[in-house]
Design a protein around this ligand. Structure first.
Ligand SMILES: Nc1ncnc2c1ncn2[C@@H]1O[C@H](COP(=O)(O)OP(=O)(O)OP(=O)(O)O)[C@@H](O)[C@H]1O
Ligand SMILES: [Mg+2]
Length: 264
């Protein structure tokens, strides 16, 4: 195996995943390398949860083991949300390829605190016990949302960063890919100045997908999607029109966003 100077195995081109979302995969040149973490960012109601549920379903349907970690909505609500789109979770959960689990962000921050004081040396903590259920080794992990985790660390930005670094390391070691939902108050990537908690995560993550709420002149609302960053991939840069279609889920069009509009 080829090893780089950090002694990390170099991922071969074949070991990449697609999202299996119509139009979105076309914005990537090669897909997402296995073991990489991608942020899914956007404002309220921009469709972050739905996009991730869709990816989760598509992967579990193909036999990949998917863990949905929800810090916001209860498990049953997520199942119902998926059922509306015709994504039946029951057989997948029975088969053991899909696990939907609600976590408490406060429990996680408390456990991290406890581990840190036990380990004294901050980098020695092993986050696995407070993260992934021991009896499940996922290929894909969805976290909804890291904003909820971040706020449970209330002001302890460095603690949150340590936690996330450990998370990224764990995922890479286990060769599990992840989609991490991050709520942003406004369209952060279009020039507006902002300061937000958890910002360091944007630099630590391997990729960023941004979902936008669009307000067209005249009052019509639309949606848009951008792949802002993907390490090691020649992405199609630009903001593309998208929609959430009843019974289908997210569909990304080939058309760049045009006309008079603002991103909100
Ligand atoms: N059955 C449906 N058909 C079409 N669109 C739907 C359907 N159900 C929900 N939606 C749309 O999906 C959007 C919600 O998406 P989602 O819950 O994924 O957003 P989010 O970005 O996770 O929001 P939040 O920040 O509140 O968590 C809603 O704005 C709604 O308009
Ligand atoms: Mg959501």
């Amino acid at each position: 195996m080829v090893v780089n100077i950090d002694h990390k195995p170099i991922l071969s081109k074949r070991e990449r995943i697609l999202l299996h979302v119509s139009g979105l995969d076309e914005l990537f040149h090669e897909g997402i390398p296995v073991g990489h973490s991608v942020l899914v960012e956007g404002g309220p109601g921009s469709g972050k949860t739905l996009l991730c549920l869709q990816v989760a379903y598509e992967h579990a349907k193909r036999g990949k083991k998917v863990l949905i970690m929800s810090f916001e909505e209860p498990e049953e609500q997520l199942r119902e949300h998926m059922a509306v789109f015709g994504w039946d979770t029951e057989p997948l959960e029975k088969k053991g390829v899909l696990k939907i689990k609600r976590f408490s962000a406060l429990d996680i921050s408390r456990s991290v605190e406890a581990l840190l004081s036990e380990a004294k040396k901050e980098l020695l903590i092993d986050i696995q016990p407070v993260l992934i259920p021991k009896d499940f080794t996922p290929d894909l992990v969805i976290v909804d949302s890291i904003s909820a985790i971040s706020s449970a660390f209330s002001g302890e930005e460095s603690r949150f960063r340590i936690y996330m670094e450990q998370f990224f390391r764990y995922m890479e070691r286990e060769r599990a890919s992840s989609l991490l939902i991050r709520e942003v108050a406004n369209p952060t990537h279009t020039g507006g100045a902002y300061v937000e908690h958890g910002e360091a995560i944007s630099f630590l993550s391997d990729g960023i997908i941004v979902l936008y709420n669009v307000l067209y002149d005249g009052g019509r609302r639309g949606r848009a999607v951008e792949v802002l960053k993907m390490r090691g991939d020649d992405i199609k840069r630009g903001i593309y029109e998208g929609e959430i279609r009843r019974g289908k889920g997210w569909i990304v069009s080939k058309k760049l966003l045009s006309g008079k509009q603002t991103l909100t």
